[in-house]
Structures are given as structure tokens and as C-alpha cells.
Design a binder for this molecule. Sequence first.
Ligand code: UD1
Length: 436
Amino acid sequence: MNSALMIRGGRPLRGSISIQGAKNSVLPILAAAIMGEGEQVVRRCPWLSDVESTFHILRYLGCRVRREGNAVVVDPGPMDRCDIPDRLMREMRSSVVFLGAILARSGEACMSFPGGCELGPRPIDLHLSALRALGAEILETGGNLICRGRHMVGQEINLTFPSVGATENIMLAACGASGVTRVTNAAREPEIEDLQRFLRAMGAHVDGAGTSTVVIEGGHALHAAEHTILPDRIAAATYLAAAAAAGGTITVEDICPEHLSTVTSILAEAGCEIRAGHTHITLHREAPLHAMRPVRTMPYPGFPTDAQSPLMAVAARAEGATVFVENIFENRFRHVGELARMGADIKVAGRVAVVCGVSRLYGAHVCATDLRGGAALLVAALGAEGESRLTGLRHLDRGYEAPERRLAALGADVRRVEEEAGANGPAQRAAGRLCD
Ligand code: UD1
């Protein structure tokens, strides 16, 4: 059985929505949890399949993991392994962040090479060269990484690109190295600051996260800690985009509005009224949407690549042409072909997409081919005429906690249905294959 979302578009959204904990924050924080003694309590842990995949890894390593409502308790005490099997690495490419954490805790680590993914090649050269600079020996053989780092020593590390995952991996490994590591050109994403907050709560000496220089003084024993995960700025951006597409007035609550300023300024340009408070943003959209200035994805504080596709679904119905330039990932326009099934007019040339807004989108059967591309299709369907069927939900469920329930609470006509695999004819089966 496969799941699908049935979405009848054109109903304005109204009401308030509380935003889940950030997926991109909780994954490295759960990896970091193995580095301390005693139980680590992580609050506002979202219910996502990527989080479940992380639990699988933690349990495989020997940790005890239990859910207590929205909190997760990780006890790394019984951890007795330092390898991650290929089948678990394949569940989630970003599990490479365990490399630094396992090395810091155990002095050795073994895992399969993450390889490419739906967003294109996913190299980890920056992770590996930084860990080597700290003194880890890394053997790349037969698709596996075999790493030894019992005597890592802090170093100056300059990243040639501010990679989020590499910055996190270095922060984790450096906690287990002796002396001071200084990372320059570090990623500045809010999720890096959240990792620093958790590491500090465990007793680590880390400073500078959120700026481009992060300094870690390693070698301190880490202890039990409690931490509440940062709100998910990309989930918030997606629900704001949904209200922009469908019209209406919604408030996203329990968020950090400053983390969303590039997204809200683009939505304001499209004709949405935006009001931001300390921990919420209200969006009102009644008048027709209009084209926006070019959207160029950049490392934080630039426009987030993860919000590019949901915003493209808004631009698809705006009057005029909007240009999107994707500067982070090679293959992040895969939703374009699916948006075209709904009547969108989008031309792609390399890293540039030109979206010529149309006055109407129509409901269609569309298939998510990656997480944020799936979000784009959901947003588009909410603003389309007629009914859409969205499949490929395994992508969407990686990053959005019960989106159908949350959207239905805002007045959207969205429901999840179970359907027979392959029961929908050749076109749908072909789309389904894309998702597997
Ligand atoms: C993280 C986020 C992802 C977001 C991305 C960019 C998580 C779990 N995922 O992914 O949602 O879209 O940041 O904000 O937090 N690169 C290299 N070599 C490396 C590492 C990266 O060439 O060693 C390249 C990547 O291929 C990509 C770019 O750098 O083109 C950005 O990658 P990175 O910042 O590392 O993203 P992730 O940490 O994978």
C-alpha cells in the first residue's frame, strides 16, 4: 500500500499553526547525544521519518532511545559499536554527521560512503579533509570509510565553502580532540547555533556559532543535558508559502521571525501582507500575486535553498516572470516537471529557472521526487483549481510532521489515503518509479 495526499485546492487558509522542531537541528543534536555521559533529553523533537532513521542508527550503536511525548531521551551508556551499516546510511544521507560524533566518542568509526542523492552528487570531501587535518586517519575503500582518530589534535581549519554538515562534523569531532580548533568560513545557519547550545549544555567549550568563525576547545568530559530544539524555519516558510498560494490569513507560531526574513521579504514582494512579532509571523494574502525579484539561494543569511521550491510554487501563479537561481545544489529543480503537470510555465537552464506565472493551476496527479520538491507540489495544489493527488510521500514525511492534519486545521481540504501500489495506470506507475 502507498499513501497519497488528496488535496482540493482553492480554499483560503485561516488560523494559527505551531511549528515543529527543526529537522536540520535535531539530526546533528541526536548524533551529538552519543558524546556525553548520562541521559540526554531533547525536547520538541519532531515526528519525522528522518528522526526515526536517526533512532535506528542510535539503537544500532547500542544507545537506548525512548520517546516521552515530544521529548526524546537518549542514553548512550550502553553504546558498544562504532560502525553504521550501509542499509542505515542509505535511509538518510545526512547520517554522515555521525562520523565526527562517533570519532569523538570512540576514537574510531566505520560507515559506508553516503554517495549521491536526489539533489545530485553529495560529496563529503570537506568533512574528510577537516577530520584528516585534526589527525584522523581515513581509509576510503570499497565504498566504505574506515576512520581512526584516537589522538586528534585541534587545528585551524578553513572551509573552502561554508558547508553546514562539514561545520557540524568538525564541531563534534573537535570536542574529542585535544586543544583548540578554529573553523573559519564556517556555515552560519541557525541550526549550527542550536548545536552549539546543546554542546555547551553538555559541558563542551564551543564559541562563535552563528558567525563564520567557530572555536572549539576539545578534551572536556561531556555530561547529561537537556535541550529544546529550535523551531523549523523551513517548515514555517512552507506553511507561509501555502497561505500565499491559497490566500487567507495564517499565523505561524513559536518561531524565530529573524530566521525567515529573506523568505518573508520575498513573500511581501509577491503581494502578501506580513506582520512579525517576537515569536510569530502573520501572513495575509487576498489580492492576486505578482512576480518577485530574482530569488538566489545562498548560504545563511542568504535565501535558503530549502525554501526555493515552495516559493517557486507561489511564483507559478504570480503575474509576471520570476527568476530562481539555485547556487547550492545541482539538481534542485526536479519538481518543475511535476509543477508543469498542473499547468505551470517554467523553463530551466542549468541552475536557473524562469517561472512565468499563469492565472490558474489545475489539480493533477503529481509525485514528490525529493523532500522540498514535495512541499512545492503541496503548496501548488493548495492554490490550484480542482483535486490533486500527491504521491511519493516518503519524501515529504522526512521533513514535515503530519502536514495533512496541520493544513486541515487551517481549513484546507487535504486528506491522506492509502492506495494499492501500481493501481493507477502507466503514467502514475512511471511517476511512482521516480520516487523509489
Ligand atoms: C544541509 C541541510 C540541507 C540544506 C543544506 C544547505 C541538514 C540535514 N541538511 O545539508 O537541508 O539544504 O544544508 O543549506 O542539515 N559540499 C561539498 N563537499 C562537502 C560538503 C558539501 O562539495 O564536503 C557541497 C554540497 O554538495 C552542496 C553544498 O556544498 O552543493 C552545500 O552542502 P552543505 O552545506 O554541506 O549541505 P548539507 O549539510 O548536506
